[in-house]
Design a protein. Structure first.
Length: 152
């Protein structure tokens, strides 16, 4: 994928956010999210300690209504379903009216596995995947369906 230099810079910031929380998110992966509008960051977050809240929730809360029409950069695809029954990150991004979502890596979890991007597309939001995937992949080496400790 050939990326706009700004896209790469924003995704690198999301990767840095996720990296800073590695090992602090319990069973959940550490995800970074950056929301940008008119070239300015309006929200950012990383998965909270113990795995909640999700990075997208934090970033959307910071951005508020300004998220409408913004671009979201996320290191791992947004969840499409929540084990708690709460609105998924995919649903929240659609409700916020973001204009585009750029994702580094796919999520093998049964609560994601393409569901988040499918929700986004069904909501009319263009989704791009694979931006800086090689750089972000190291964040998720221990988070894999092949890792028996995860029970997936």
């Amino acid at each position: 994928m050939t990326a706009d230099p700004d896209d790469s810079a924003h995704m690198r910031r999301a990767i840095a956010l996720a990296r800073a929380n590695l090992g602090r998110t319990g069973e959940n992966p550490s995800v970074g999210c950056v929301i940008v509008k008119d070239g300015r960051t309006i929200g950012e977050g990383a998965t909270g300690k113990g795995g909640r809240p999700h990075a997208e929730e934090i970033a959307l809360d910071q951005a508020g209504g300004a998220a409408r029409g913004a671009i979201t950069y996320v290191t791992l695809e947004p969840c499409g379903e929540r084990s708690s029954g709460a609105a998924s990150c995919g649903e929240r991004l659609v409700a916020a009216g973001v204009a585009r979502v750029v994702i580094a890596c796919a999520d093998p979890s049964v609560l994601a596995a393409g569901q988040g991007p499918d929700r986004l597309r069904a909501g009319g939001i263009p989704v791009e995947t694979g931006l800086l995937a090689d750089e972000a992949a190291g964040l998720y080496a221990a988070y894999s369906p092949r890792n028996p400790e995860r029970g997936i």
